[in-house]
Design a protein around this ligand. Structure first.
Ligand code: 9MR
Length: 560
């Protein structure tokens, strides 16, 4: 039965690791105690005292925590509390998040462009391919004498960005950086993972196989002068149809410094990752590094070419009205690209080309802010970098710790790092939760201090259901997860369940879609599972990527 309104038991709907914190949050408790019932024996195996009430930061209610951390016996359970419906069932077991970890990567397979998804890999979400992108038009904003407006560019593959059918270099950049970092941080885990994708049986980790699908596309987006087109897109968003029926003309648009530097960062990182697979992928690492250097050079010569869609549309036809990713500051992209090139080449020139450590507060990675991406990589390789710069890099450790400490006091009512501030609930708030988790994990790797690991786990629990909306935000995973994401294939495929393993954007009081049915505009409750809600219930690759990182990290770090 559904809990009464304003009450209920909220928890990670999948489950908990042995030896890890286990908390449910209870709203509207009528008694002081809660019990955990084993679903096999139907017996109460644990009785606990609820914690002190905590006021919600946003809504007019208090919650109490049910802490059952000491229950470590593997099994299937529910939580009961007087006057409330039982919680969703959950597991306690080692590797409890491995299936959803795999699904979060498989989500990228379902986003593949220019290919059929056969049933053996895609199950009931099998579909025909679309968007071959082998003869893409050069938009007048991008035309050069070498590639005039009637030039046809071949730039196939890549992932659909989100619920729409376009591909955007800026957003691909942070996505690829995050996935490649997951591999660099946890190579043993990813080397074993089988995703049941067409490349499953090759000698490359499946996560990297998946990133290759997008890397091949990205490499085609570099113009002959080294600059990189901002995006490959239709002029307007397509209708809510399957890929094969979305056949409007596609364009590459103006080059931008941000896209070019994001490209430089990704290809530099890819060059060192794929150098380990030279025999399987001969020449790829070299091509990536050459492309990266060329992009870097272009950006140095063109340091401030922003993508301003309004300006593009004033000057050229047709008007382009799809996602802009119109980042106005290039400083962070320069830092990220310089860091990756420095690490991959060992060449001090990249280190000293710009001020890598400006006196500005750190901020959480997002598509428009990638400075920390560079620092994560520096931290990862801190013991392998050329000696001369060591003393400058070392203070970075203190800065990262300081940044993580600033995150860790989150929401008292939900006992999560996520939700400490109203500012967490932006468009794509689920990725804020996931990226906070990544930042805490990077800090955990530097310090070995468990509070950072546990902070990351609290956000994992947030994403899987311990939150004010009551949803697990990963499609197909958890008892109450989005059924109607703003995702064209999920809407158009005629299958009840949405494509699985995709992270819904999450609560966003901005409600820019004007969609009806939002239950509230309270920041952490402003979510509606309706496909009209692109501002709260779309999916996107840059949101899935930190989810992948977080889930993989949990699997590694809680199973040792
Ligand atoms: O994730 C983007 C978010 O930060 C912006 O506020 C929003 C509006 O510009 O756009 C989001 O990105 C969308 C992109 O522009 C087009 N594809 C779907 C993306 C997710 O909604």
């Amino acid at each position: 039965s559904e809990p009464a309104e304003g009450s209920g038991i909220y928890l990670n709907q999948i489950g908990f690791y042995v030896g890890a914190p286990k908390i449910a949050i209870i709203k509207g408790a009528a008694a002081e105690k809660f019990t955990v019932v084993d679903l096999n024996s139907n017996k109460a195996v644990f009785e606990g005292q609820l914690g002190e009430p905590n006021q919600s930061s946003f809504g007019n209610y208090t919650t109490r925590a049910a802490d059952f951390t000491i229950l470590d016996r593997p099994g299937s359970y529910v939580i009961q509390a007087t006057g409330l419906a039982d919680s969703y069932p959950f597991e306690i077991e080692p590797n409890v998040l491995n299936e959803v970890s795999k699904a979060s990567i498989k989500g990228f397979y379902y986003q593949r462009m220019s290919t059929d998804l056969p049933e053996i890999y895609a199950g009931k979400w099998t579909r025909a391919g679309g968007h071959p992108d082998t003869a893409v038009f050069v938009h007048p904003s991008a035309a050069t004498s070498e590639r005039p407006a009637d030039f046809k560019l071949s730039a196939p593959k890549g992932w659909y960005d989100a619920g729409d059918y376009n591909k955007y270099i800026v957003n691909s950049g942070i996505t690829m950086g995050t996935l490649l970092s997951a591999y660099e941080d946890f190579p043993a885990y990813y080397s074993k993972l089988d995703l049941n994708i067409p490349e499953s049986n090759n000698d490359i980790p499946n996560l990297l196989d998946e990133t290759l699908w997008n890397l091949r596309w990205m490499l085609r987006m570099q113009d002959t002068d080294g600059g990189v087109y901002h995006k490959l897109t239709t002029a307007k968003f397509e209708g809510m149809v399957m890929p094969e029926n979305a056949t409007n003309k596609r364009w590459v648009v103006q080059k931008s410094t941000t896209a070019t530097l994001d490209f430089a960062a990704v290809t530099a990182q890819a060059s060192r990752v794929f150098a380990n697979f030279e025999s399987q992928l001969p020449g790829l690492a070299d091509s990536c590094l050459a492309a990266s250097k060329k992009a870097w050079k272009w950006a140095q010569q063109n340091p401030e070419v922003l993508y301003n869609q309004d300006e593009v549309n004033k000057a050229h036809d047709p008007d382009i009205t799809t996602g802009a990713y119109g980042d106005k500051s290039v400083g962070d992209e320069f830092i990220w690209a310089a860091c990756e090139l420095y690490i991959s080449t060992g060449d001090e020139a990249y280190y000293s080309a710009i001020n890598l450590f400006p006196d500005e507060n750190l901020s959480l990675p997002s598509w428009g802010n990638v400075r920390l991406m560079g620092y994560y990589s520096l931290a990862r390789f801190i013991n392998k970098l050329p000696h001369t710069s060591f003393s400058e890099i070392t203070p970075l450790r203190a800065q990262l710790i300081n940044f993580a400490d600033g995150l860790i006091n989150g929401s008292a009512a939900w006992q999560t790092v996520m939700g400490g501030s109203e500012k967490d609930f932006v468009w794509g708030s689920s990725a804020v939760a996931a990226n906070q988790g990544v930042a805490l994990l990077q800090t955990y790797r530097l310090t070995n201090d468990k509070k950072y690991l546990e902070g990351a786990l609290s956000n994992m629990d947030y994403l899987l259901g311990r939150n004010a909306s009551g949803y697990s935000f990963v499609t197909g995973h958890g008892d109450k997860s989005p059924i109607h994401p703003h995702h064209r294939p999920s809407v158009a495929d005629g299958i009840d369940e949405p494509v699985p393993g995709l992270l819904s954007g999450g609560p966003n009081p901005g409600q820019q879609d004007g969609c009806e049915g939002y239950p509230s505009n309270i920041p952490d409750e402003s979510f509606v599972d309706n496909d009209c809600s692109y501002a709260s219930n779309e999916i996107a690759i840059n949101w899935n990527a930190p989810l992948v990182y977080l889930l993989g990290a949990m699997e590694v770090l809680y199973n040792n």
